[in-house]
Write a protein that binds this ligand. Structure first.
Ligand SMILES: Nc1ncnc2c1ncn2[C@@H]1O[C@H](COP(=O)(O)OP(=O)(O)OP(=O)(O)O)[C@@H](O)[C@H]1O
Ligand SMILES: [Mg+2]
Length: 224
């Protein structure tokens, strides 16, 4: 189970022209692999994740998530693929202020329509996996930035995804907390056989990755 993008082109309207955000991008991330894409602001990182997440359909090229080719798929099919196979960690945790860490996770299962008991068990296990067993009943204001990002990551794993997509997970963290979050992503990737794709402009975040690529002006190339 992996993530596979082939010859992807994505443009946005830009006045009377089009801006090319992804310029013939090809990328395969294998199950159990932690790939990182680094690049400056505006280089196309979030666009890459949006396409990989099936949130945005590219102008051309192919996208396959865990063996499902979603190229040309309807919105409903893409939504199902996303719900069943993709975990997304957005740059901003977007945690609900009134919910405890445990409930941030349980609400995901509620939306997907699972049994509440199973959801609670899974949420507790995931909080433990990200090192937050003791913080299950704390609300976001009582969590540090690094802890909030851990809740954010645990929440993205509630649907047991094959593919984990992570946007700038360290941007709000100091170096030490950033390193511990990327180390966590590496170990979750290995232990759960995830195909993980992280995008970042933080070069310190790259050391935990198995493979680093660079994006500039929508063009992807191996780092180096
Ligand atoms: N919805 C949109 N409409 C038009 N242009 C867009 C849209 N989203 C992004 N862009 C443009 O596409 C290019 C790539 O944007 P993208 O958000 O992918 O960059 P990024 O690498 O994630 O940047 P950052 O590091 O600042 O988050 C930029 O030039 C941006 O201005
Ligand atoms: Mg971005």
């Amino acid at each position: 189970m992996s993530l596979d993008l082939r010859d992807v082109v994505l443009t946005y309207p830009d006045g009377d022209r089009r801006l090319t955000a992804l310029d013939h991008v090809g990328l395969t991330v294998a199950a159990g692999e932690f790939a990182a894409v680094a690049g400056p602001s505006g280089s196309g990182k979030s666009s890459l994740l949006a396409v990989a997440a099936t949130l945005v359909a590219p102008d051309s090229g192919r996208v396959a998530v865990a063996g499902r080719d979603v190229t040309g798929a309807s919105r409903a099919v893409r939504t199902r693929v996303r719900r069943d196979l993709v975990g997304i960690v957005f740059q901003q945790p977007n945690l609900l202020p009134s919910l405890t860490a445990l409930d941030q996770l349980r609400v995901m299962a509620h939306l997907a329509g699972g049994s509440p008991r199973a959801a609670t068990d899974r949420a507790r296990a995931l909080l433990a996996a990200v090192g937050l067993d003791g913080a299950a009943h704390r609300r976001p204001h009582a969590l540090s930035g690094g802890e909030r990002q851990r809740v954010n990551i645990a929440r993205a794993l509630m649907n047991d995804p094959a593919v984990l997509l992570v946007d700038e997970p360290t941007s709000a963290l100091d170096r030490e907390r950033g390193a511990s979050v990327t180390a966590l992503l590496a170990s979750l990737t290995r232990d759960r056989g995830l195909a993980t794709l992280m995008v970042t402009h933080d070069s310190a975040a790259l050391t935990a990755a198995d493979r680093v690529l660079h994006i500039d002006d929508g063009r992807l190339a191996p780092a180096g």
